[in-house]
Design a protein around this ligand. Structure first.
Ligand code: TYC
Length: 109
């Protein structure tokens, strides 16, 4: 929060008036995009998804994919609402096109 003070103004009464404007800034809520494990989606496809849509290196993509394979769920990234929504839609659509059941969801950070 930042405050702006304006110099004294005068409404003709000889009385000085000082006004202060409070500027409120709001940080956007952030959302985690999660991928879920399943028994059918190939490991290579999940790794590709993480590289393509979440800009992960091959190494990080493999690490996240294996984490999800072993733990059931994992974080792909943290984004503002609209970006997270778009990523989820892109993953689900790409998986669907390849006939893989891979699921992706989002939750408030
Ligand atoms: N469990 C899958 C397999 O054994 C691999 C996999 C990993 C699938 C991560 C989904 O989000 C996932 N082929």
């Amino acid at each position: 929060m930042s405050d702006k003070e304006q110099g004294p103004s005068n409404n003709g009464t000889g009385t000085a008036i000082v006004t202060q404007t409070k500027t409120k800034t709001q940080k956007p809520s952030m959302y985690r995009v999660l991928i879920l494990n399943d028994d059918y989606t190939p490991m290579e496809f999940v790794t590709y998804i993480l590289e393509r849509f979440f800009n992960k290196s091959r190494e990080n993509a493999l690490r996240i994919m294996l984490h999800v394979h072993q733990n059931g769920v994992g974080v792909c990234g943290v984004f503002t609402y609209e970006v997270a929504e778009t990523k989820v839609a892109q993953v689900i659509e790409t998986a669907r096109r390849h006939q893989h059941p891979l699921q992706c969801t989002m939750e408030k950070d």
